[in-house]
Write a protein that binds this ligand. Structure first.
Ligand SMILES: [Zn+2]
Length: 133
């Protein structure tokens, strides 16, 4: 048995304990697309701290999660919601939005480029966003 699986399981277990805080923070709306009434999942935004932290997690729906995990399959029209998410009060949401936006810019999405040009992010958040792709 590899310890990797156990480690991952332990981590997921710890992250799942944040659910209550995340429900409160997000008011049960997906922190990226704003959908509610759907199942939301905690996603850790890299680089991962040694111990999971609620501030490094975002609470997102399955539709967002799938694309966040596979940014190569990103559907550009889906992500117009980044217009709002980029200005979230939650730094981890801003970081993830900024990274997704970068993928969209790389795909030649003009609106994404414009949004990025006019975005104002705190330098610390921008630094975090540029860490660990
Ligand atoms: Zn969503």
């Amino acid at each position: 048995m590899s310890t990797g699986f156990k480690g991952k399981f332990h981590r997921q277990n710890m992250v799942s304990r944040f659910a209550k805080d995340l429900v409160r923070r997000s008011r049960s709306h997906c922190e990226l697309c704003g959908k509610n009434g759907v199942k939301l999942e905690a996603h850790e935004v890299p680089p991962l701290p040694e111990e999971p932290m609620v501030d490094a997690c975002v609470f997102i729906c399955e539709g967002c999660h799938r694309q966040v995990d596979h940014p190569k399959n990103i559907m550009p029209t889906y992500w117009r919601c980044l217009n709002n998410a980029l200005y979230s009060e939650v730094p981890a949401v801003q970081v993830l939005s900024f990274r997704l936006l970068k993928h969209l810019v790389a795909k030649g999405e003009h609106w994404a480029e414009e949004l990025m040009e006019h975005a104002y992010l705190d330098p610390e958040i921008e630094e975090w966003a540029n860490e660990a792709e």
